[in-house]
Design a protein around this ligand. Structure first.
Ligand code: MNH
Length: 467
């Protein structure tokens, strides 16, 4: 009997497709893109394939969009969430909040156990009336601007911010009544922009060239923290337990494992996390969907027929939202083409031979390019075309299981998925019922990347429908 000793796993021996003209020491640095990095990752995949790498000064970045390789990478037994540069930098704001916590940080498991029940489909019933009021404020805002161009991404941001502020912490940002953005919103936006820009910078550069911005950044973070502490203190004075929101739960429900409540700082980090993770992504989906609906009137009409059939009373009821199956397919198809969180990072839990061919040492990581996975040839036909019926149940069942992952994977997948579906479907149904959408004939979809994706400069004209 012969036994073969397995070859040791050595990262050095990993050979992957990469851009041509790789230089010594500098690597593929000429091919580095610091803005639009997800779309750049997608274009790279279209040139170099379902797994390729860029080497920047010796640091290797592996881009994966091959669904068969994702069977391994998405498996929590083999790989786990990794805090890639843009997420790690968010820790200066959101600390050990759910999104930015390390897998091993005890506060992750604790907060997950405390908060998961607030995000079930059933829990959405409790938020429905509040979400509906926010959607109605958007409608009122747009009804007052009939025939004018409206800045769609700016206004969907407002509605999503109101939704998470009110359902999460009983806080109103008054987005639709004030003329200037709320100071907390401006500070958060500046903070995220600073983090996004300084992600690949050096501390020495930050305290010289960007000295002023750094000071502003510190002031912004301090202001946001103080404001959130105020919200928490206010709730404590008022008495927690009656509001049925996330903040109540965090102040009153003990983690079943340790029997302890979340600590003060962690609660603040969770609030920041929900404000950031819970509004930009959903708002982006609403905006992209309205773009596609405006350029595909036949799809909008089909959705309206469904809405008319199901939404029979004055106001839409909780159960009716889940029955809007075609609207839901529109949301899914929007998230296919523009997953507003355009990718995620995974690291190998042990030395492994990915796909039986590519050696990765423990803790080496890859970036999953959702933009390209969601355009993979297995989708069939023209992957760029907007076709909600790709999400008919029989077609979903027939599909490769790793072909669609807009909410990430495994135990660190998005906790807000049901929440997002409910608010987005509710807002889209409310808008479609109330308005006809008119596209700007000169608009060509351009996608702006911060950490999330937005349709850059999208504007629409809305005219009230007579019913
Ligand atoms: Mn969300 C994690 C996408 C809406 C709160 N979210 C993730 C991840 C993706 C994601 C992808 C995994 C990231 C990673 O692996 O590093 N999220 C979305 C999208 C939408 C969205 C595309 C809207 C559409 N998310 C929301 C909403 C909330 C929310 C709404 C809150 C109300 N998301 C989170 C939190 C996490 C997360 C919290 C981190 C979960 C964890 O690690 O335990």
């Amino acid at each position: 009997m012969t036994t073969t000793t397995p070859r040791p796993i050595r990262a050095r021996e990993r050979k992957l497709p990469h851009p041509p003209y790789r230089l010594p020491v500098l690597g593929d640095v000429w091919d580095l893109h610091v803005t639009d990095s997800s779309q750049w990752g997608m274009r790279g995949a279209q040139k170099y394939g379902g797994i390729y790498e860029r080497n920047i000064f010796g640091a290797r970045v592996t881009y994966v969009s091959d669904p068969d390789l994702l069977r391994e990478i998405n498996d929590d037994e083999l790989w786990s969430k990794f805090l890639g540069v843009p997420i790690r930098d968010l820790r200066s704001v959101a600390g050990d909040g759910l999104f930015t916590a390390h897998n091993s940080e005890p506060n992750w498991a604790k907060a997950h156990a405390v908060l998961a029940p607030s995000f079930t489909a059933a829990a959405m019933r409790g938020y429905h009336a509040t979400m509906r009021r926010c959607a109605d404020e958007l409608i009122e805002h747009w009804a007052g601007r009939a025939g004018e161009w409206v800045d769609v991404p700016a206004d969907t941001n407002k509605v999503a911010l109101e939704v998470i502020g009110r359902t999460g912490f009983g806080y109103e940002f008054e987005s639709f009544t004030r003329t200037d953005p709320h100071p907390v919103v401006s500070a958060m936006l500046r903070a995220l922009t600073y983090i996004n820009r300084s992600a690949y910078s050096h501390p020495l550069i930050e305290c010289t060239v960007f000295r002023q911005q750094r000071a502003q950044h510190r002031a912004d973070v301090a202001m946001v923290n103080a404001k959130i502490d105020e919200v928490i203190a206010h709730r404590r004075r008022e008495g927690a337990g009656e509001h049925g929101d996330l903040l109540d739960r965090m102040l009153t429900v003990a983690d079943p494992d340790t029997g302890t409540l979340l600590d003060e700082k962690n609660i603040r980090n969770q609030i920041l996390t929900f404000l950031a993770a819970g509004h930009e992504t959903s708002a982006g989906v609403m905006a992209f969907a309205l773009h596609y609906l405006s350029v595909h009137p036949e799809i909008a009409e089909r959705a309206r027929r469904e809405i008319t059939e199901i939404w029979t009373g004055e106001e839409i009821e909780f159960e009716q939202v889940a029955k809007l199956r075609y609207v839901r397919r529109i949301v899914d198809e929007t998230l296919r083409l523009w997953p507003t969180a355009p990718g995620y990072f995974r690291k190998a839990r042990a030395n492994t031979l990915l796909g039986g061919r590519y050696p990765f040492e423990k803790n080496e990581w890859v970036f999953v390019v959702l933009l390209q996975l969601h355009r993979h040839e297995l989708w069939g036909g023209d992957p760029e075309s907007f076709d909600p019926d790709r999400f008919l149940p029989e077609r979903v069942r027939a599909r490769h299981p790793e072909l669609y992952r807009p909410f990430g994977v495994g135990m660190r997948a998005c906790i807000g998925r049901q929440f997002a579906y409910h608010e987005i479907a509710l807002v889209l149904a409310t808008v479609l019922r109330k308005f006809d959408l008119h596209a700007d004939p000169n608009y060509e979809l351009k996608v702006k990347e911060t950490i999330t994706l937005k349709p850059n400069g999208l504007r629409l004209r809305l005219s009230p429908r007579r019913d």
